[in-house]
Design a protein around this ligand. Structure first.
Ligand code: NAP
Length: 267
């Protein structure tokens, strides 16, 4: 028996920029490796299919869905399609999140609104539309991907992003308290510095000359700030997601798992 045999998981942001490995993609793959059947949702069907191909190549079962997590009708339809396909959903992994640079004085109202719009709806809408199903079955697991940046300033001004990630922690605690009576658990994962396409893309955006970025030097520099001595991988985040989705976490709700190599206890 695998840890998630018989479970169906819906993972949002399950694709990854430029075909790389993001937190959502790694989570979908790891959940499948533990026996879950996967609904992989991303903005484009190509990105979602890419993840499904990896899962199928490892003999897993996966169904690709294209939807924007900020669009209520699309999310409602995606959940309905997943239910029609597999008959149930047991696990919802809300992974979508976007980032913009900026501090309190120079963040534009457009960026502020955009991050609130995407990052908060990314947890609110899939949860809202899956809850009737979870409540009917009196069971379900919801894991929201926040960030350690939701708790503290990490040296670079990302005030809009950090504020939304803090709000996700609060939202998740409220959700957990409200829905525990229905057998539903909700927790947040707080990743630290994780090497994903999104993180690399940000470095490229902030660079004057992308060709001159010394990725190895950057990795050494970042690793030096991390007590465990290395930048995290999407698999580190995915393993926490597997644990929270499994019965091993059946008494864990309304809390956070930090996946940061010890950064939070040292800065
Ligand atoms: P990623 O590589 O960009 O993967 C996220 C996926 O979500 C992409 O395929 C993206 O599609 C998709 N997406 C974006 N907006 C969407 C929308 N509105 N609807 C549906 N799908 C959408 O990101 P990641 O670095 O793995 O990050 C995943 C999560 O981890 C985020 O919540 C992020 O805040 C969090 N996190 C990351 C780090 C880190 O260091 N990487 C640290 C802490 C927390 P496109 O590529 O087409 O945009």
């Amino acid at each position: 028996m695998k840890r998630l045999d018989g479970k169906v998981a819906l993972v949002t942001g399950a694709g990854s920029m430029k075909g790389g490995m993001g937190n959502g993609k790694a989570t979908a793959i790891r959940l499948a490796q533990e026996g879950a059947v996967i609904c992989a949702l991303d903005l484009t069907i190509e990105a979602a299919e890419d993840t499904c191909d990896v899962i199928r190549s490892e003999s897993g079962t996966a169904f690709a869905l294209a939807a924007d997590v900020t669009e209520e009708t699309q999310i409602h339809n995606a959940i309905t399609a997943c239910l029609t396909h597999f008959g149930q959903i047991d696990i919802l992994q809300n992974n979508v999140g976007i980032l913009r640079t900026g501090g309190a004085a120079n963040t534009t109202i457009e960026d502020w609104d955009l991050l609130a719009h995407v990052n908060l709806k990314a947890v609110f809408l899939p949860t809202k539309h899956i809850l009737p199903h979870f409540i009917e079955r009196q069971t379900g697991v919801i894991t929201n991907v926040s960030s350690i940046a939701g708790l503290r300033y990490l040296g670079t001004p990302y005030i809009a992003y950090n504020t939304t990630k803090g709000a996700i922690i609060s939202y998740t605690r409220n959700l957990a308290a409200e829905q525990a009576q229905n057998g539903i658990r909700a927790n947040s994962i707080l990743p630290g510095f994780i090497d994903t396409p999104m993180a690399r893309n940000l470095t490229e955006q902030n660079s004057d000359d992308v060709a001159k970025i010394d990725w190895e030097a950057l990795d050494r520099q970042r690793s030096a700030r991390i007590p465990l001595g290395r930048v995290g991988t999407p698999w580190d985040v995915a393993n926490a997601a597997v644990f929270l989705a499994s019965n091993e976490a059946s008494y864990i709700t309304g809390t956070e798992i930090t996946v940061d190599g010890g950064v939070s206890c040292s800065v």
